[in-house]
Design a binder for this molecule. Structure first.
Ligand SMILES: [Zn+2]
Length: 403
């Protein structure tokens, strides 16, 4: 099964645009209402039933069940009888909103994310099931909204059918992200060819084990001044006024431009790496811990996580084997003799091994360690002697990409 996501720009009529806006508003209210329900329940169960809480008390009867995806769906069906607004969007779309909330809670329980927050704005909604032939020429059929024209920037490949459609509102207009699927077996990629390790850094965006550096584009920094200026402008305008909404839109467009530019750079970099390798290994970063550290802003600007996702996708498309390896201590170990050389200060740019004398750039050394680790996970250890040569093919792993 092969799944791809294609994004197109919609050209909705004024009515269709209003409909999409209205659906987004209903989705937001459903999300916030359901979150309120869950939040109240959590608060009311903070202390035992026979005690008094010092902080606050939410009286919810003990026999009331914990709000879950299933019973919130049921209450939604009930609420539709009283609230006609809830009947405007397609029912599956609203169920997806509840599913999204459920996912936010699962992320909190299992992945340590923060408590879900109320949404000021809903940016998109999704049709989980659509007709396989929802796209015809430059018309897309959206359930209940109707036939919407779109700019066909690329053709849907033969043999692919539509599975899901996400409708998005951005500062520059309305978009759809179409999930298309093809019923073919994709063979597991076999690790083969030249291997490279990749080390992501702040000073340079990326260093490879082949001594190549790719400078990062500090998109955010470049536009930061402009953004600050606009935000200051916004402050001086009366909220909700015409001038206020103009500036607000400019901010939205700038954010979008930063995002698009970054994405473009990631794709180009990923293709560039795939041009030279048969296997790519990268560190499995602990993004959560990094996000909390003092380097936060710089890290987020570099958005390594997004890059790794794109790199994984491009590798898969190009038939390059991609895997993430444990990132612990990659900057401490010598790639030549595996001695732990101890922690380096951030200012120390060169790796110089005290036991074997191997000297190279600090980031390149880390990338080389990543490469060695990667090779050992695919069962190709001892490649130190084979540096620069093709590495034997034939080791089949079941490890699939984590896209
Ligand atoms: Zn050494």
């Amino acid at each position: 099964m092969l799944t791809l996501n294609y994004q197109y720009k919609l050209i909705p009529t004024a009515e269709q645009a209003t409909a999409i806006d209205q659906w987004l508003l209903v989705c937001r209210s459903v999300y916030n209402y359901a979150l309120r329900e869950r939040k109240d329940w959590v608060n009311s169960r903070k202390c035992q039933i026979d005690r008094c809480s010092i902080e606050r008390e939410y009286i919810i009867a003990p026999e009331v069940n914990k709000p879950t995806y299933a019973n919130q769906c049921r209450s939604l069906t009930q609420a539709k009888k009283e609230n006609p607004n809830l009947k405007i969007p397609q029912s599956q779309v609203l169920q997806q909103v509840l599913k999204q909330l459920e996912a936010a809670f699962v992320n909190m329980w299992e992945r340590g994310f923060g408590f879900p927050r109320f949404k000021k704005q809903m940016r998109s909604f999704v049709f989980p099931q659509v007709k396989p032939d929802a796209i015809q020429d430059n018309i897309i059929h959206l359930p209940k909204i109707g036939e919407v024209e779109f700019r066909k920037s690329r053709d849907v490949p033969d043999g692919f059918v539509c599975k899901q459609i996400r409708v998005m509102r951005k500062a520059s207009g309305y978009y759809v992200c179409v999930c298309i699927q093809c019923d073919v077996d994709v063979p597991d990629l076999i690790p083969h060819g030249h291997a490279i390790g990749v080390d992501l850094g702040l000073e340079k965006f990326l260093a490879t084990s082949d001594n190549e550096f790719i400078k990062g584009h500090k998109f955010f920094k470049e536009s930061e001044g402009k953004l600050k200026l606009l935000q200051r402008k916004l402050k001086n305008k009366k909220k909700g006024s015409r001038r206020w909404s103009i500036v607000k839109r400019q901010i939205g467009l700038l954010h979008e431009k930063i995002h698009d530019g970054r994405k473009d750079f990631f794709f180009k970099t990923a293709h560039h790496l795939c041009d030279q390798a048969g296997m790519i290994f990268a560190e499995n970063l602990n993004l959560k811990a990094l996000g909390r550290s003092a380097l936060r802003k710089a890290c987020l600007d570099a958005s390594w996580g997004a890059f790794l996702t794109i790199l994984g996708h491009v590798c898969w498309k190009r038939g390059v084997y991609f895997a993430k390896v444990d990132a612990n201590g990659t900057s401490q170990i010598c790639p030549n003799c595996y001695t732990n050389c101890g922690r380096k200060e951030l200012s120390q740019r060169v790796h110089s091994c005290s036991s074997c004398g191997y000297t190279t750039d600090r980031d390149v050394a880390a990338a080389q360690v990543v490469k060695e680790r990667g090779l050992s996970t695919v069962g190709q250890t001892g490649t130190m002697l084979m540096e620069g040569k093709e590495i034997g093919v034939g080791v089949r792993t079941s490890a699939r990409l984590s896209l």
